[in-house]
Every structure is written in structure tokens, then in C-alpha cells.
Design a protein around this ligand. Structure first.
Ligand SMILES: Cc1ncc(COP(=O)(O)O)c(C=O)c1O
Length: 398
């Protein structure tokens, strides 16, 4: 065929590798926090306290809302230039070249694409336990070995144990602050991981929650052209989970490989202008960090006064040790219209709690106290529709 002859062997090869990547992407389901958090509960009542998915009840800031309203009449156009502007703003703020920045509708996509690009049946995925599970599903989809390494006693990633367990690693995933514990892994530990990892592997640093914490970003490692891909999202402190915007930072050659698995589609312009407006609001992050920390501290003090155990966190979530199978407490809380987060198989007596508004956390406290003192049980949760598919101990929607 004429068209066949006109394609060089190099471009045929790159088409074939592209199509292999594309078919992997088609076959793969991107697992996200709401899918994991809401797998158990379908259609909660409107009055429910939803502190199960690490969302931000404050939503987007006022200037982001205004930007969305103002751009809506232009919704008939792709307006790629707006995404370029956002890329330039991020690059400027992070002190990095624009070609090191890729914007996505949330950070779930680049997370999955990175895992698909750098793990395989011969290159494992090394992650913390308990840790954010999404990447494990991508690794599973490409047939990679998933290595779960327990956190240290101080709940940091155990980078030495991760290295020891991952001589064949393709990706070391470090989420700091960690989801679900809200605990930090130090910059020096991440650097140690980067320095000592096997050749050909990358370190994927997920900073979805970094703005809530006093942690040091790993962006300098990206700037230093190390084998690091870094993820951020507007879903957390910026309150834009439903609007969908996030980004990846990395050396262009690393990102190119990851992009073979997707991410070339146009961005929703509402998300792009809201993200740009949020970044231009210089006080937004410090203000919201302060609000979250104050409410979190009040909850911790209440838990301590009442003799409950928890893991101190620097994020908008924390792990509560209910000293019994946590599912019982999760179900009994749901019966009181308070939906708390899920369980990690490694810590079966802990449930993850998202820090909500002050009134929401007061409702949480009242409900948890009733449950823990035996005033309420899970007996009447039968009405909640449950959809379960267990993969590696995690519940996801069928
Ligand atoms: C650790 C972590 N990384 C990434 C994400 C992805 O968030 P999104 O796709 O909303 O940007 C989440 C969501 O909760 C998360 O907890």
C-alpha cells in the first residue's frame, strides 16, 4: 500500500510503540481517591458529613469562582493559550523551565501514566504501606510486581528498606505528606533514594498535600535534572477536586515517556482559569494552611482529652486508631450520617479521617464518641448500597 511505503521504518517503530502504549492506556482504568473512598457508599444523603475522601470543604477561592464565571461565555473554544499561560505561571513560581511542566485534569492521570511508563513485568513498583493505592492499580495493569514497604516508626517512608526491596524497581513512589497518615518523608531521605536507586528507575514524588505541611518540596531535584517526576494537584488546598487540575514536573525526556500513555487532550478552561486565579492569590495557601491546622489541632486535643489514639499529621487527614476492626466504626458512623475514610489492610484498626470544617468536625466528635462508648452500632447500615471488588485488600467500585 502506498501509505505503508511512505512510512519510514523509524516512524513505523515509533507508531508501533505509540500504539502499544495507547492500547495499554485504553485497557487501564485510572483509579482515583473518590473511587476508593466512595466504593463503599453510593449516593450519601445531602446532609451527610463527608470526611472520607480528603476533599476541601472550602471549595475554590472567590477569585477562582469569578474567573470561572468570566470564562464561561468562551466555553465553545478550546483556548489552549490559557493552558500555556498556566504552565508559564507554574514554571515562574517554581523557578523551572516551562518545558518541565505539564498540566492535566488532576494529578491522577500523570500518576498512572508514569507508573505505566516506568514499570513492567520486569520493573517493580515500590510504595509505602500504608500508602496511597492508586499507583498500585496502574502497576497491576501493566503486570508489574507491587512491593509494599512498611512506614518507619515515625511514619516516614523507609527509603533504605524500599531500596533493599526494589533492586528491580522501575518506580519508587513517595507521597509526602503521605496519604493516609499525613506524615512527612524528609527531603534528605528522598535525596538518598534518588542517589541510590537502581539505574533506569525513577522516583515519583507526590506532593498532593504538601501545602498543608511544613515539608520541603523536592522541586530542587527536578530542577537539578535528577530522575524525579513530581506531582501536584489543585484538588486539595486549592479546593478544586471537582474542577480537575493538577500538574507534573520533570525533565522533558522523562515526561515524554510518560506522555506516551495519554494526557494530550485539551484542558477544561474553567479548571485552567480557576487554577491560574488561585496561584495569583498570594495569601490563599498560608490562609488555608492555618485554617486546616487550627481545626486539626482542635480535633487532636479533643481526641487526647477523651483518650483516643491517632497518628499526628501535617495534612488534611489523619489516622484514628479505633482499637477494633475499623469497619465496625466506619459503618456505625455512617449510620449517624458521618462518612469517614477507609481502612488500609496493614492497619486494620485504623480509619482515615479527613479534616473538614469546624461544625463538621464537631459532628464527627459527637458521632465517634457515641460509637466508641457503645451508644451506637453499625446495625442499621444495611440501607447503604455497597459495591465491592477486592484487589490487593482494597475496596474499589465494581
Ligand atoms: C496522594 C494523592 N495523589 C494524587 C491524588 C490525585 O488527585 P486528583 O486527581 O484529584 O488531582 C490524590 C487524591 O486524593 C491523592 O490523595
Amino acid at each position: 500500500m502506498a501509505t505503508d511505503r511512505s512510512v519510514s521504518s523509524t516512524s513505523r517503530r515509533s507508531f508501533l510503540s505509540w500504539s502499544a502504549a495507547a492500547s495499554a492506556a485504553v485497557a487501564m482504568r485510572i483509579v482515583t481517591e473518590p473511587m476508593l473512598a466512595r466504593a463503599r457508599v453510593h449516593n450519601p444523603p445531602a446532609s451527610a458529613v463527608m470526611i472520607d475522601a480528603n476533599e476541601n470543604p472550602l471549595g475554590p477561592c472567590t477569585s477562582a469562582r469569578e474567573a470561572i464565571a468570566a470564562i464561561t461565555p468562551q466555553g465553545g473554544r478550546y483556548s489552549d493559550g490559557l493552558t500555556d499561560e498556566l504552565v508559564n505561571t507554574i514554571a515562574h513560581m517554581e523557578g523551572i523551565k516551562p518545558d518541565y511542566v505539564r498540566v492535566y485534569p488532576g494529578s491522577s492521570e500523570p500518576l498512572h501514566h508514569t507508573v505505566c511508563a516506568y514499570t513492567s513485568s520486569s520493573r517493580s513498583y515500590v510504595t509505602a504501606d500504608p500508602g496511597y493505592e492508586a499507583g498500585m492499580f496502574a502497576a497491576g495493569a501493566v503486570g508489574a510486581r507491587v512491593v509494599k514497604v512498611p512506614l518507619t516508626k515515625s511514619h516516614a517512608h523507609d527509603v533504605k528498606a524500599m531500596l533493599a526491596a526494589g533492586a528491580d524497581a522501575g518506580v519508587f513512589y513517595v507521597c509526602t505528606p503521605n496519604n493516609p497518615t499525613g506524615t512527612l518523608t524528609s527531603h534528605s531521605d528522598i535525596e538518598f533514594l534518588v542517589e541510590n536507586k537502581p539505574k533506569g528507575s525513577i522516583v515519583l514524588v507526590d506532593e498532593a498535600y504538601i501545602h498543608f505541611s511544613d515539608g520541603t518540596s523536592a522541586v530542587d531535584l527536578v530542577k537539578g535534572d535528577r530522575d524525579v517526576i513530581l506531582l501536584r494537584t489543585f484538588s486539595k488546598i486549592y479546593g478544586m477536586a471537582g474542577l480537575r487540575c493538577g500538574f507534573a514536573l520533570g525533565r522533558p525526556d522523562l515526561m515524554k515517556r510518560m506522555q506516551e500513555y495519554g494526557g494530550a487532550n485539551a484542558m477544561p478552561i474553567t479548571a485552567v482559569v480557576a487554577a491560574s486565579a488561585s496561584l495569583q492569590h498570594a495569601q490563599l495557601v498560608p490562609e488555608r494552611k492555618k485554617i486546616n491546622a487550627a481545626i486539626r489541632q482542635e480535633v487532636f486535643q479533643w481526641l487526647e482529652r477523651n483518650g483516643y489514639s491517632y497518628v499526628p499529621s501535617q495534612s488534611n487527614c489523619f489516622m484514628l486508631d479505633v482499637k477494633r476492626p475499623a469497619k465496625e466504626v466506619i459503618d456505625a458512623m455512617a449510620h449517624q450520617n458521618v462518612f469517614i475514610g477507609r481502612i488500609w489492610p496493614a492497619w486494620p484498626t485504623y480509619a482515615r479521617i479527613t479534616v473538614g470544617t469546624r461544625p463538621e468536625m464537631e459532628q464527627f466528635q459527637a458521632a465517634v464518641h457515641k460509637v466508641m462508648t457503645g451508644a451506637v452500632t453499625a446495625a442499621a447500615t444495611a440501607g447503604l448500597r455497597q459495591r465491592k471488588l477486592r484487589l490487593d485488600g482494597v475496596i474499589v467500585p465494581a
